[in-house]
Each structure stands twice: as C-alpha cells, then as structure tokens.
Ligand binder design. Structure first.
Ligand SMILES: [Fe+2]
Ligand SMILES: [Fe+2]
Length: 274
C-alpha cells in the first residue's frame, strides 16, 4: 500500500506554483498512491483567499483517499474557523481514524490516526490530556479486536500530526516546535505498538528509529521555506506485503532516495571548525 505525505504547502507569499504543479503530475501520473496525506500548513497565514486557493490546488490531486489536517499557520488570524469550512473532510482538533484494507494481500490493514496539535494563533503545538486518552483508546481497541478474533494478521499503525513528536536537528527550541506533552504521547504510541509516526511543521526532512517505531518528518513540498534540505520535497511511504516499510524522500522534479540517507549523510560538525 502506498502513502504519499505532502506537507507545508504554505500557500501565500512563499508558495511555489511551479513546484506544486510538477508534484501533482508526479503523483497523479507516476506514483498513483492509495492515500495522500497533507500534514498541515496548507496556508501561510490562515487567510480566506489562501484557503480558497488551497482548496482549488488540492483538487488537482487525483486520489480517492485524501487525509488533511491543519498546522499552526492555518490557525493564524482565526483560520481555525475557516479550516473546517474549506476542508470539511479534514481531521482538526481531535483524533480521526482511517482504516485501509488491501484485499489483494490477505486484507492487510493499515490504521492511520490523525491528531490535532495546532492551537489558534499560537506556534507551539499540543495534543492535550483528553485527546491523548482518546488516542490510547483507539490504538488499544485495534489490538484488542484483532486478538479477540484470533486474527493473526498484523495491522500496521500510523499516527500523523503536524508538530514534531520529538526533537530533530536544525529546528530550534524543542518546547516551541514540538508538542508540549511529547512524553505522554510518545508513551501512548510505544505502549500501543505504533509502527510509524509522521510529522511536518519545520520543513526539515528527517527520520528517527525508536525501537520498532519510526518517526518520519517531511520537508516543505512547494514553498521557499527550506530548512536543511534546500529542495521541494515530499515523502513516499510504501508498506510492503510483509508489513515492512520503505520511506523515501522525493525531490520535486528530481531524485527519489531513502529518507534515511538524509540522516546518514548529515555532517554538521564539518562546518566552521577549522
Ligand atoms: Fe510549515
Ligand atoms: Fe507548522
């Protein structure tokens, strides 16, 4: 099953229309994903004309399963009131569950839960005690249901959020860019055997392996707000038939490489040290 994660379009002043259009062609004509996730910061300032443009641009993507949730930029200028209006299918301030079954592969099941981390007119993110409890209940229910049915099929669990679950390089103070209750949410994810967490927010493509759980961060798909990787990028997540996973970073109009390569070739200690 193929998931494509686009993040941080930032439609507004620093949006790159040409990059967006090239990406749409790549996705529609070549990648043909089962699911597209747009993980927040669709707009630069949460303004009504930016939401209008975001809605019409996103319509260019051909995919039956579109998952959208907001970022901190979408909630600026009371954009949180507009977000639901323009994207009524979206998850916003609570957990929302999506379940996908691959009938060709013994009903391989992927459960993706989005959680809201954006707060109106604030840059920092939070999941919140109650939402974390709801997330725990959702994840636990899936394990219990499958055990109850004596079903040996693995389910693949993904949690998606805009802000960072844990810190990554080049993004500043963790208490501003990450979720304020990261410890609680991390515990919920690990306790419930989440396989993959995906985040956006600071436009720094990255990947951590935390035991059996991976945490993958997407860059900006089509804006000038680069950080660390100075290209328009998005992530391709292929869940193979044996539930093994390949996560690649795709440069818009360019190469596709394993996301781990971005981490493995990172050598900031070379800078200014001689
Ligand atoms: Fe962003
Ligand atoms: Fe953000």
């Amino acid at each position: 099953m193929r998931f494509v994660q686009l993040s941080d379009l930032h439609i507004g002043g620093l949006f790159k229309q040409d990059a967006f259009d090239i990406m749409v062609n790549e996705i529609n004509d070549e990648l043909k994903p089962d699911v597209i996730i747009i993980s927040g910061d669709l707009t630069d300032d949460g303004l009504i004309f930016q939401f209008e443009q975001a809605r019409s641009e996103i319509k260019k993507l051909k995919c039956n399963n579109l998952i959208i949730f907001p970022g901190n930029h979408d909630y600026r200028h009371t954009g949180y009131l507009l977000f639901k209006k323009f994207f009524p299918i979206a998850g916003s301030d609570g957990p929302k569950v999506y379940e996908y079954k691959n009938e060709d592969n013994n009903y391989q099941t992927v459960v993706l839960t989005t959680i809201g981390t954006a707060i109106p007119d604030r840059d920092e993110g939070e999941v919140g005690h109650r939402q974390n409890l709801l997330l725990n209940n959702i994840l636990k229910k899936y394990d219990n249901n499958y055990q109850h049915n004596n079903d040996n099929r693995q389910i693949y669990k993904i949690v998606a959020m805009h802000h960072h679950l844990i810190a990554i390089p080049d993004t500043g103070y963790t208490n501003v860019v990450g979720i304020s209750d990261a410890g609680d949410v991390l515990r919920t994810c690990l306790k419930n055997n989440v396989d993959l967490v995906i985040c956006g927010h600071k436009h720094r493509p990255w990947l951590w392996n935390l035991g059996t759980m991976k945490i993958a961060y997407a860059g900006t798909a089509c804006s000038w707000r680069y950080r660390g990787v100075f290209e328009d990028t998005y992530n391709i997540i292929d869940i193979r038939e044996d539930n093994k996973i390949d996560i690649d970073i795709k440069i818009v109009g360019g190469n596709r490489i394993p996301l781990s390569q971005v981490v493995n070739t990172y050598e900031p200690e070379d800078r200014n040290m001689e």
